[in-house]
Design a protein around this ligand. Sequence first.
Ligand SMILES: [Zn+2]
Length: 147
Amino acid sequence: MKKAMKNREVISCIVVRHQIYAGTCGIDGHAYILSKNDVDGDTRGAKACAPRLWENAAEAQKWINEREGEIYVTRSGEAGRPDYWIVPEYAAAVLQSRSDDGSLYDWPEAIDGCDDGACGQCDACVEWMADQDDEYLKSVQIKEIER
Ligand SMILES: [Zn+2]
């Protein structure tokens, strides 16, 4: 109960991860944070890319519940409804920092599929970074929410 109370005070954003069939191209199976444009159709300049924030995790959960009560039309290559994860607002800042400065990732000596160890720029490295972001978002996911 105490934890749920604490969660309610956290300003949250929602992560979407699409369920895709293996080998699908054209749709990304990586997690992403919903933007104002995604939710509100706010397409005005840089604001459109800013994370859409909810006052707390319970409000975010309410939005998810509404989506899950609607008919969902899968896109080409999509295997079902997306997963929705609620994460604290700071997660968006962490992802933005990593995007601005790739050295913030905890790079191994070598990335599978990279011809140059871990160049940080080839497809294999970009995929590795996206996987790291998925793992990070999953690790900070807020799970205990009063419905
Ligand atoms: Zn590389």
